[in-house]
Design a protein around this ligand. Sequence first.
Ligand code: ATP
Ligand code: MG
Length: 279
Amino acid sequence: MSKPLLDLTQLGMRFPTPQGEFVALKNVNLQIQKGEFISLIGHSGCGKSTVLNLVAGLHFPTDGGVIVDGREVDGPGPERAVVFQNHSLLPWLTVYENIELAVKQVAKGKDKAWVKEQVHHYLDLVEMDHAADKKPDEISGGMKQRVGIARALALKPKVLLMDEPFGALDALTRAKLQDALMAIQAELNNTVIMITHDVDEAVLLSDKIVMMTNGPAATIGEVLDINLERPRNRVAMADNPQYQKYRQAVLTFLYEKQAKNELSGSVEISKQKDAKKSA
Ligand SMILES: Nc1ncnc2c1ncn2[C@@H]1O[C@H](COP(=O)(O)OP(=O)(O)OP(=O)(O)O)[C@@H](O)[C@H]1O
Ligand SMILES: [Mg+2]
């Protein structure tokens, strides 16, 4: 096995809160190879975004660390691009200019013609060439998300970090973007970490599904290797028995193995609420 591109070692995050320290993550260990597509899945609040933010360098871990390509992460960097759930395009720039900004970051002395060619290449990749001159508020949510992905890819990141990138989209747009992402990843061989709540999305896109336990002190519960041939076709997957088995494994983890904690947790909270009410 070659050296991993990404190495999370004994990663932990403790947040200070008025009630004292809150242990969000504990002992997260994960190695990711170049070109792998990883999904992070787990119940709301378990710590998925925290993991992503630590890899992005937007948070600093209180324990352990993250190594990307042999270097410890000590802040954000262009080799790790982030796509957030709520597309974060600059509203005063056109679609073209939003992507151009990213291209210029990696242009390093290249001429104007090169920049232009690159911007069109990425616009093309996400099929947004037709809306190059529109402002973000003139295009749909799915289109904004496509531009966000193009902008992230234009940075030619070693690692693409995506926090529920398709969460806010309708099913049809979502399916289109999932297919586009699979095609782009096949072409560029990016290493991807994607957070999702959608079991089908995780199985369809991933090489590995990393399933997180419920917090506090959330950690990796199970890692599922998805050995389905690529390119993958969503229609064909519907009656692929292996696909169904993977799907079942994730559902079992989420709704049987991790469900009990969550339920007893919410029972605990409602008990506290009841106690407050009667006090
Ligand atoms: N700055 C902070 N201070 C205190 N607690 C925090 C902070 N950021 C996150 N947390 C807590 O850490 C835990 C993990 O949060 P995180 O946002 O990583 O969860 P998540 O898995 O991404 O959830 P969701 O699926 O709802 O987005 C939660 O209990 C959250 O309340
Ligand atoms: Mg989150």
